[in-house]
Design a protein around this ligand. Sequence first.
Ligand SMILES: Cc1cc2nc3c(=O)[nH]c(=O)nc-3n(C[C@H](O)[C@H](O)[C@H](O)COP(=O)(O)OP(=O)(O)OC[C@H]3O[C@@H](n4cnc5c(N)ncnc54)[C@H](O)[C@@H]3O)c2cc1C
Length: 426
Amino acid sequence: MSARRATVVGAGQGGLHLAHGLLGQGWEVTLISDKTPAEYLQMRALSSHTLQERSVELERRAGIDVYDDLYDNRSLGVDFSTTEDGSSVALRFQGDWEAPATAIDTRMKYALLIEAFERRGGKVLYQTASVEDLEELTERGESVFLATGKGGLGKGFTLDEERTVYDRPQRDLMLLLLKGLQPPRPEQQQRITFCFNPEAGEIFWAPNLHKSGEPVHVLLVEARPEGPMDRLGEVSDGASALAMTKELMGEFAAWELDSVRNISLADEDSWLRGAFTPLVRRPVARLDSGRPVFGLGDVLIVVDPCAGQGGNCTAWGVDHLLRGLEQLDGVPDAEWYEQQFDAFWDEEGRYFVEFSNMLIEPPNEVAQAIFGAAQESRPVGDRLTSTFAHPKVLMNYLNAPDGAERFVREAEAGVRAEIPAPGPVA
Ligand SMILES: Cc1cc2nc3c(=O)[nH]c(=O)nc-3n(C[C@H](O)[C@H](O)[C@H](O)COP(=O)(O)OP(=O)(O)OC[C@H]3O[C@@H](n4cnc5c(N)ncnc54)[C@H](O)[C@@H]3O)c2cc1C
């Protein structure tokens, strides 16, 4: 029997995970990347996302093992503060993940994963795929998976209006990879430190591994449009990004100002600015010929980065898809792909979205009660923190009237996040 043939367009979080997984299932796989590994390493910083160990586990299942040889600069949990006035803390809690989370300079991760894919026998074409290319590939009988991220070709997928909550960006964003970020309290060093300001937005940072191999921090500023922090438009280069970070910390998270006194960019391109609308799209797009192409990752589900869920959601979505493809006799058609995506949405996807939206919206009463309890009780802080790895757990409590009471009681009794294992290995 001849091998099933797939082309994966886009060598990012989703495309690389899928391409590796398909190789493992015996597909003949071509990856189309608009950047070579060397170009990834030389470009402006990318999202530099933190992946929970559960997502890393899913990548390992697909044959991805690049993390094992890298310097261990993982995060152990969160240090979470809110403020009303920008100078003092209104609420604070700390908690541990159930397992350390991994964050590697995305430029290096993608470069390493392309090289590993080629070593495993995958074919890579370095080009920017066009709609004409997709027509040609599908005409040749390839299954075409589009993992091109937020912009570009993914815009050809229909917006899912029922599942999409926002019609505009909820935050203006700035990201920096930094050397010299030094939280004053040692227990904060290996944690994601969140500073939330309901009026202005959020500033947070996490341990990260720079492409040079040095441990650094990734820092994000999330400014509410038309709020008091909405001045990222003034940032035009690395120096102004650094200056803006200090200025905003001084005004909106002043108690952490000492942490950023000695920061410098990890490299001259290690900053990024932008804004995007969180949304959900339908999973299949039809080319002019009527032949289908299949979306994944940010093509289908885009969330605000505040809760660090987009890459994790992508990993869970790809794993779900791979398990489905393993069971499928033949190649996917539009109907099968729609069904598998809708099942993923119901089982997992919607919770990544709801969790992300929860953190950028004013908290409901249940959330307020749980956050308040986390300040008083470390077991509650730990349990709350561990739900970052599986947002479904928390959302099931937040949507129930007695959710806070149950969540706190169970945390005090030593119940952690009750995280179900990912589905069986395909
Ligand atoms: C500032 C920021 C911080 C984030 N932090 C986190 C976090 O902490 N944790 C987390 O889980 N998620 C985080 N995310 C989200 C995460 O980065 C994305 O959800 C994830 O990268 C999506 O993977 P993807 O494969 O869909 O897209 P991408 O990773 O964006 O990859 C798409 C790739 O396709 C390429 N491409 C595009 N068009 C073409 C074409 N026509 N032909 C060939 N190639 C093409 C692009 O160049 C790109 O390399 C963050 C996002 C941002 C913006």
